[in-house]
Design a protein around this ligand. Structure first.
Ligand SMILES: Nc1ncnc2c1ncn2[C@@H]1O[C@H](COP(=O)(O)OP(=O)(O)O)[C@@H](O)[C@H]1O
Ligand SMILES: [Mg+2]
Length: 242
């Protein structure tokens, strides 16, 4: 049974149809990626799943329960945690304070912080530092670490590598793989389609609020339409030909 099942989900905001009958499935302990151009509706889909945007139609089931239109904090408690686009950490709080906020009203046991610190040794070293003084890549690590503090079954990541230096981009993808090895399931939105398809098991392409293509990640990576639109293959071929 799928851990997450979005069926025919539609979202309308300000009278505009943002998502139209979107269906996706995420199997337990898999990595599923959603590709799509800017403005395709990727963030809106993640927000609908997390309860931030209302659903006009369709259903969202997580771990066997309907979660469509439930309150975001209820959804987090059920085991679905969302590291948002743009990181949104609290700059004037320390690294450790930011992490504790992710625990949503639970007392945090030392072992939980150890788990986060194992994945992100840097956050242990910087635990007393103000989050706003971290580099962009470090802030992204903190954002993911904070989401993990909710002890989710499903981790949603919205463009974790956006705007990061290349060495951080590779680190982020390594971390995502490590997280899966710990038994978590990951739903990943990424502009870096090549790296996303490399670590994902399955992928979907979202275009103008609709799913236009889906398949096993390797199959998508070799699909001409995906290559032309998202992997820059046409561009590279043209450069070679030129
Ligand atoms: N709160 C909102 N109100 C109105 N329109 C929105 C809102 N959020 C997103 N949109 C619109 O929905 C479309 C998809 O946006 P978004 O989900 O952020 O795309 P992506 O993450 O794929 O870049 C865009 O046209 C955007 O302007
Ligand atoms: Mg987005």
């Amino acid at each position: 049974m799928a851990l997450l099942q979005v069926a025919q989900a539609s979202v309308t905001l300000g009278g505009v149809d943002i998502l139209q009958q979107v269906s996706i499935e995420v199997q337990p302990q898999s990595i599923v990626t959603i590709l799509g151009a800017n403005g395709a509706g990727k963030t809106s889909l993640l927000r609908a799943i997390s309860g931030i945007y209302p659903l006009q139609g369709g259903s969202i089931r997580f771990a066997g329960q309907e979660i469509g239109n439930r309150a975001p904090h209820d959804i987090v408690r059920l085991g679905l945690s969302h590291a948002p686009e743009g990181r949104q950490i609290f700059s004037n709080m320390t690294v450790q304070e930011n992490l504790r906020l992710g625990a949503i009203h639970r007392r945090v046991k030392a072992a939980e912080l150890d788990f986060i610190h194992d994945i992100f040794p840097l956050l242990a070293q910087r635990s007393k530092q103000l989050a706003g003084t971290l580099s962009g890549g470090e802030q992204q690590m903190l954002c993911i670490g904070r989401a993990l503090m909710a002890q989710p079954q499903l981790l949603i990541l919205d463009e974790p590598s956006l705007g990061l230096a290349p060495q951080f981009v590779q680190q982020i993808f390594k971390v995502i793989d490590t997280i899966r090895q710990h038994g978590l399931t990951v739903l990943l939105v990424e502009q870096n389609a090549r790296s996303a398809l490399r670590i994902a098991d399955y992928g979907y392409v979202l275009e103008h609020g609709r799913i236009s293509l889906s398949g096993p990640a390797q199959q998508l990576a070799s699909d001409e339409r995906v290559q032309n639109a998202y992997l820059g293959a046409g561009h590279e071929a043209a450069a070679v030909a030129g």
